[in-house]
Design a protein around this ligand. Structure first.
Ligand SMILES: Cc1cc2nc3c(=O)[nH]c(=O)nc-3n(C[C@H](O)[C@H](O)[C@H](O)COP(=O)(O)OP(=O)(O)OC[C@H]3O[C@@H](n4cnc5c(N)ncnc54)[C@H](O)[C@@H]3O)c2cc1C
Length: 303
């Protein structure tokens, strides 16, 4: 049987759960559907989240957010949304296997998926901090360490230059198989910053307990690093929206207006799948904006 909610939130990471907290407190009927493994689950301890001076693990943060959302009446369920459709009356319908739900508005908060390098046990290495993915998140924890950035082209070079704020012991390892050349200006910037540049065969990366070892670098020597930043980018999970005709930008992220509404009326988006900064505080802010815009648009319910 189909049930109508004021708002359906697809994705139960920081963006989706923050939206649910706001909508619950606006006394709206809200359902969060989440297939699990928010990117935040990978965070051993975040030190840049405002309000947590001692840091907080991603798992703990998600538990707190779920508890807070449920406290205000939001329903949070484990479920995978297969398709999303809209009808002529401006209602949305989400299908999860044989089951479907309808809602007046939808917030898509499905995030992005990491493009990990094909290195064995990469998940364990991320949890141990041997492989890192986000210099903005934990560059500070790399101060003075021996760090490599592994990737391809200008994106990887940009991450290496960003990390120069934190350490002078930096190597940019470009994938030997890729062909994207760095511009002369980038080469000059890397050289001026004292960043070594080498080419590497991905099969030669091995993960030790206390460091990452690279063997197949073109100079033939064995290199050890305290950690590697993987700079292969991410893939936005926007297909539920693009199937409805939602506009995306060049990086396949969803275009939204100042209220976080996509180009499909009534379909809002928040979090990593919208902007490139990929930060929890950004996801939270966007979720608050989207939830408030939806609340203001729905008919008011009097106490
Ligand atoms: C190793 C690591 C460390 C990080 N450290 C920090 C840090 O210190 N500080 C910081 O601010 N940020 C950090 N980040 C980034 C942070 O985790 C993300 O910015 C944040 O999780 C984005 O929240 P989100 O809600 O947009 O997406 P996510 O947290 O990725 O949540 C999206 C959710 O949507 C679900 N979903 C996707 N498709 C469907 C579907 N069809 N149906 C139902 N559910 C679906 C997913 O399963 C997932 O649970 C880190 C990320 C990583 C990987």
């Amino acid at each position: 049987m189909t049930r109508a909610f004021d708002c359906l939130v697809i994705g139960g990471g920081p963006a989706g759960l923050t939206a649910a907290i706001y909508l619950g407190r606006f006394r709206r009927r809200v359902l969060v559907l989440d297939k699990g493994w928010s990117r935040a689950e990978w965070i051993t301890k975040s030190h840049n989240l405002p309000g947590f001076p001692g840091g907080i693990s991603g798992r703990r943060l998600l538990e707190n957010l779920r508890e807070q959302a449920r406290r205000y009446g939001a329903v949070v369920e484990s479920s995978v949304v297969d398709t999303l459709s809209s009808n002529d009356h401006g209602r949305f319908s989400a299908e999860m296997g044989a089951r479907s739900v309808t809602a007046h508005a939808v917030i898509l908060a499905t995030g992005v998926v990491e493009n990990n390098p094909p290195v064995a046990h990469v998940g364990d290495a991320v949890k141990k901090g041997l492989i890192r993915t986000c210099p903005i998140c934990d560059g500070y924890e790399s101060i003075g360490k021996h760090i490599a950035v592994l990737g391809d082209g200008e994106h990887a070079a940009g991450e290496a230059l960003f990390l120069r704020t934190y350490t002078g012991r930096l190597t940019l390892l470009l994938m030997a198989t890729e062909t994207t050349a760095l511009s002369a200006e980038t080469h000059r910037s890397l050289s001026a910053a004292g960043i070594d540049v080498s080419h590497v065969v991905i099969d030669s990366v091995s993960l030790g307990e206390n460091g990452v070892t690279i063997l197949g670098v073109e100079d033939g020597r064995l290199h050890r690093f305290d950690a590697i930043y993987s700079a292969f980018g991410t893939t936005p999970q926007a297909s539920l929206a693009t199937a409805l005709g939602a506009r995306t930008d060049d990086a396949h992220r969803l275009y939204v207006d100042a209220h976080q509404e996509t180009s499909v009326p009534g379909l809002f988006a928040a979090g990593d799948l919208v902007r490139g900064l990929n930060q929890i505080s950004v996801a939270d802010g966007e979720a608050a904006i989207a939830a408030t815009a939806i609340h203001n648009r729905l008919p008011q319910v009097f106490a």
